[in-house]
Design a binder for this molecule. Structure first.
Ligand code: SAM
Length: 330
């Protein structure tokens, strides 16, 4: 069987790459040893030396979890087609969304997901709300959502019933870890549990990183995650608008989907020149007229757009955009 052998640090990114291109062999398991993750692939798709042919003993033909769920769940056959083929798993906690028609069967469905996916709790996800981006959930199996999710060699500890984790932002978190920020002073204005701060601190060599978070619950996990990952970060429990940092940072991270009104505060924190990673939610028309919108937002400064990127669809007609700008204050 043909496997792609990838360094653990790059494994998450490669997994996404393989999934996106449908290159993973569906009938064989991914496995790992101390240093590498081995992905079963359908064929040799490039000339790298990372392909290895491994025979016999680790060939585990397995049933897809979704098929197992459908097979095991005790509800009417007619209803099974409504069971979602998609869920989020963070450590040993699973989040799913269910259509209305399955609501009365949620406990049976929760128990089946828990059994097949080996989860200690299953949460019915109903959206996200408020300034702290708190998830609205209902336990449909178990009663404890404290978990440790491992991504890109990083441990994220959090309570999934109280704090969000966006699987859709995985590329951004990985991108942060690949940034060369050697010797820089960085401010993460919306640090949460350390989504961006920890990859930056762990892999990008900043001189100092200040991580600001307003929600005390997230802040406490941020502190735990700093210790868990053994990184050097200065956490700050505060509204970033109240932080007295002026002309301080080489780089400011604005990892919040409504960060438009925070631009003046980011500029204040930035040195005479530096980089801003700006996230926001834009209407489609704004995306089409991006140059004009960016000019309206940053026109008082000298700026250069290093990268414009659509992270994901956020809501109907609304997109999560990320813009990296090199700024010079004039
Ligand atoms: N970028 C993250 C990712 O990779 O998934 C998601 C965004 S994170 C949930 C945004 C964080 O900003 C939340 O933890 C929220 O409590 C925090 N926050 C919101 N307003 C804030 C403010 N004014 N000052 C500091 N933190 C704030």
């Amino acid at each position: 069987m043909l496997y792609l052998r990838i360094n653990k640090r790059d494994a998450e990114e490669k997994r996404k790459y393989l999934l996106d291109r449908k290159l993973l062999h569906p009938e064989f398991s991914i496995f790992s040893d101390e240093n590498f993750v081995y992905f079963p692939v359908k064929f040799k798709f490039d000339n790298s030396n990372d392909f290895v042919d491994i025979d016999g003993k680790i060939r585990i033909r397995k049933k897809k979890p979704y098929d197992e769920i459908i097979e095991n769940v005790k509800i009417d056959n007619d209803l099974k087609k409504f069971i979602p083929n998609h869920w989020e798993k963070y450590g040993n906690v699973v989040l799913i969304q269910l259509p209305e028609v399955l609501y009365n069967y949620r406990l049976e469905i929760g128990a089946t997901f828990a059994k097949v996916l080996r989860a200690k709790s299953v949460l019915l996800y109903k959206g996200i709300e408020g300034e702290f981006r708190r998830p609205r959930v209902e336990f449909i199996y178990g009663d404890d959502a404290l978990t440790i999710h491992i991504e890109n060699g990083i441990y994220y500890k959090f309570d999934a019933s109280r704090i969000m984790f966006s699987s859709g932002n995985v590329d951004e978190r990985i991108r942060m870890s690949k940034m060369d920020a050697t010797g820089e002073k960085i401010v993460d204005m919306f640090a949460g549990i350390g989504y961006f701060s920890i990859p930056l601190a762990k892999y990008s060599y900043p001189a100092r990183l200040i991580a600001i978070e307003k929600n005390e619950e997230s802040y406490n996990f941020l502190i735990e995650n700093i210790k868990l990952n053994n990184v050097s970060i200065d956490p700050m429990l505060s509204d970033n608008r109240d932080v007295e940092l002026k002309d301080y940072a080489d780089r400011v991270i604005m990892g919040y989907v409504h960060s438009r009104e925070f631009i003046p505060y980011a500029i204040k924190m930035l040195k005479h020149k530096g980089i801003i990673h700006y996230h926001d939610t834009w209407r489609k028309e704004e995306v089409w007229n991006r140059e004009e919108v960016i000019k309206n937002l940053f026109g008082d400064l000298q700026y250069y757009v290093m990268r414009f990127h659509i992270v994901k669809n956020y809501a109907p007609n609304i997109m999560h955009v990320n813009i990296d700008l090199r700024i010079r204050k004039v």
